[in-house]
Write a new protein. Structure first.
Length: 427
């Protein structure tokens, strides 16, 4: 393992997220029109297949904290990358709905394992004061992956198999880089360390509210991720190349999600969520209203990218702060909830499109997004962490364990060096 700075770790983590989230998971919607036509798949069947990586993501996320703790950051991330390579390769060679579904299912496992592996590595290589910011930057890597996928649509509109083969090669490079840069250690606990708070003492009310909001956001956003390019082509008559520019706009604006942690800290998490949910709903309504207008459709993609990446960054930050001492578990609850919401929303959206049409289905989802935004005052507010105010220059893993050490009276030692200095004369 090579020693890298917090900034470099954030950039490297964003690169891995770009592959595992942007290419292995969300790029699928970009190629739906071409895949649907070549394999003769109905919108409802596409909705089912679109839900498969979300289901596998959920299953992988359930196991991810244990996998990360047992294998360590490096091996957990490598395992994630191997699933990504296998899934992308299967998609590139798919000749049936079954083969396509198997490939996207494997990609979902890749996505579910990656972020917990990265947060485990973050404990060892990033100081605690930067955990929220680094997590937001890594989360924004999804946008980079989406932007990488765009040129393949612009210049290879009918070559989706070649595009997925190129994604496979990028995933292989990611696996190799993971082996070099991520630490192989697994978390350890000193003999005299205080255990994390027991489950019964966790803020379950806040965790429940976070989970519900993340689920509803995932449900609403599934419409755009899976069906926006298909709507633009089917209803608006835009070319596949134009849908590439839509996804480029999603990725470009999504880079703004890297500032989600700072935005929420300065402007209150519930207010931030309400603003971003209204923006998400506006993106759906605008695309449904003007799918044949390239500029308006592109603007809707900009709104969606910024809103979605900011919301997932907000939920990630909130999950980590609600579960101190359990960093590998912090991303699990919100990401699971978003995944369940998307897995539920994808087939529902497909059924709505079959029952009514694209415009009405998107309008219904937009109205639901507005309703959820109105309920944002119930979102968990500011979460104070004592660790944010102390030891700004300490490395993440060592600081996390030092803050848990206990003195002779069983009380946590907030400053190990100071305590040692005080006890030195007595010796």
């Amino acid at each position: 393992m090579r020693a890298i700075s917090s900034t470099t770790f954030a950039a490297f983590g964003a690169g891995l997220v770009a592959i595992s989230y942007g290419l292995a998971r969300f790029a699928f919607g970009l190629f739906v029109p071409q895949i649907r036509n070549e394999l003769a798949l109905s919108p409802y069947l596409i909705g089912i297949i679109g839900a498969l990586p979300l289901i596998s993501f959920l299953l992988a996320t359930l196991a991810a904290p244990t996998v990360a703790n047992r294998l360590g950051a490096r091996y957990a991330a490598v395992l994630s990358g191997v699933f990504g390579v296998a899934g992308l390769a299967l998609i590139s060679q798919a000749t049936s709905a079954l083969m396509l579904g198997t490939g996207v299912f494997a990609c979902g496992i890749c996505t579910g394992l990656m972020m917990p592996a990265l947060t485990t590595g973050m404990q060892a290589m990033v100081k605690r004061a930067l955990h929220a910011r680094v997590s937001s930057v890594m989360n924004a890597g999804t946008s980079i992956g989406i932007m990488v996928a765009v040129p393949t649509v612009l210049f290879m509109a009918d070559a989706w198999r070649l595009a997925y083969l190129s994604f496979t090669l990028l995933a292989v490079v990611g696996v190799a880089a993971t082996w070099v840069f991520l630490p192989s250690i697994t978390p350890f606990t000193p003999a005299n360390a205080a255990a994390p708070p027991p489950l019964r003492e966790l803020p379950w009310s806040r965790l429940t509210r976070l989970t519900l909001f993340a689920f509803l956001m995932g449900f609403v956003s599934s419409a755009y991720w899976i069906f926006a390019p298909d709507l633009a082509i089917t209803l608006g008559g835009l070319s596949p190349e134009m849908t590439g520019w839509l996804w480029f706009a999603v990725g470009l604006a999504g880079l703004g999600g890297a500032a989600a942690a700072d935005l929420a800290d300065r402007n209150n998490p519930p207010i931030t969520q309400a603003l971003m949910l209204m923006m998400l709903a506006a993106s759906l309504a605008l695309l449904a209203a003007s799918p044949a207008q390239p500029l308006l459709a592109t603007f809707s993609a900009l709104l969606f990218g910024l809103a979605y990446m900011s919301l997932t960054g907000l939920y990630l930050m909130t999950g980590i702060r609600l579960l101190p001492g359990r960093l590998s578990v912090g991303p699990v609850l919100p990401f699971m909830a978003v995944s369940v919401g998307q897995a539920t929303g994808s087939p529902v959206m497909g059924a709505l499109i079959d029952a009514v049409d694209y415009a009405d289905a998107f309008s219904i989802m937009a109205a639901l997004g507005i309703l959820v935004a109105i309920l944002s005052p119930f979102y968990p507010g500011h979460i104070r962490q004592e660790a944010d105010d102390e030891a700004d220059n300490e490395p993440g893993l060592q600081a996390a364990y030092d803050s848990q050490l206990q003195n002779e009276d069983g009380e946590p030692l907030e400053d190990i060096e100071e305590t040692t200095a005080q006890e030195a004369p007595a010796r």
